[in-house]
Design a protein around this ligand. Sequence first.
Ligand SMILES: Cc1cc2nc3c(=O)[nH]c(=O)nc-3n(C[C@H](O)[C@H](O)[C@H](O)COP(=O)(O)O)c2cc1C
Length: 405
Amino acid sequence: MDSRRIVIAVTGGIAAYKIPELVRALTSAGHICRCVLTREATQFVSPLVLETLSQHPAGDDLFDSNSGEIDHIAVADWADLVVVAPATANTLAKMNHGITDDLVTAVVLATKAKLLVAPAMNVNMWSHPATEANVAALHSRGVLMVGPEAGELACGWEGEGRMSSPADIAEACHRALTAQSLTGQVVLVTAGGTSEPIDAVRSVTNRSSGKMGFAIAGEASRRGANVILVAGETVLATPPCVQRIDVQSALEMHEVVMRELPNTHVVVKTAAVADFRPARAEPRKIKKEDLAPNEGIRIELVPNPDILADVCAKVAATSGRQVVVGFAAESHDVIPAAQRKLARKGCDFIVANDVSRTDAGFNVDENAVTFVWPGGQIEELALLPKHQVASEILDRVEKKLGERT
Ligand SMILES: Cc1cc2nc3c(=O)[nH]c(=O)nc-3n(C[C@H](O)[C@H](O)[C@H](O)COP(=O)(O)O)c2cc1C
């Protein structure tokens, strides 16, 4: 996403030692970070570490003007987002009551930016009615929350109160900074390659990693959509707030997609679905020792259902309002093949990519795609990280949705 200005306000909980990792995650995503701390927070994390990682002065004193660099109003005005992490019980209480007796609470009260808090404390402090009331009040005023999670706590107790991981807080920051343009929409994304069984241990599959589809699912969820991710074989972690349904074969993927289709507004078919499957899957492993020396085996392949064609036909036969996006992964003759595919299937547009490239397509973090539109227009994008390609795809999906309302 675009570079945004994030103030990380650190308070005096043990989890403050994880905040340098949050600064790293946000700066590597391209954001500009400034850190402010309470005096207690400096017991747990050094301002010098935060200063070095954020490349901006990190202040902890409301009255130390430090040559004007850490002015609480200037910092509050500068921010697009203020994230309080970890947020202690004490600071949550002060935030609720508008107390501003340190740099963190002064910035928090003065800012007009969005506020996100990542509470972290002992389970009994978290479940105390005072904390519950403070959290409920902040929530009702539109303050966003991430965590806390349940688990083993630094104080030795077990239960809810552990700060969310820096990666989850970074994701919550991205969400907070993203326009909720897909709220109320159900987006179904298929991702990864299917795996067509030959016997109990072997299968016919392809090199799709699922990264493109997972990036689309993650971005759609960030934009507020309810996302159903139908995933073939992949080792990728499920993006936050996404409902994932794992499948193995094209037949299973077909069944799940057709079942979920009536409840969706958008379908993005990123998965590399096998066109053919072995006619017969042996229930047990085919053993070499059961064959004559040098004897081969013949595998008959039969066609799989065409999921994209079936989706388009169903949409055309029912409301006709769903937006359907197809992918064409080709090794040669990419654009003409994608244009033929679009004409055959009748989806809204096709995202074509050349999977013979080593710097784009299957199993890498970047992709170079071309949008192929009905009527023959094409729109070529440069080589981009897959999360940016996901954003470009969803911008066009939103435009199509807008045209249908
Ligand atoms: C070792 C240690 C760990 C602490 N961890 C937490 C914590 O995780 N969460 C919390 O709310 N308070 C924790 N506290 C208590 C806070 O540091 C204390 O309430 C302090 O006044 C918070 O100040 P602040 O909110 O201005 O940073 C801890 C205290 C100590 C001594």
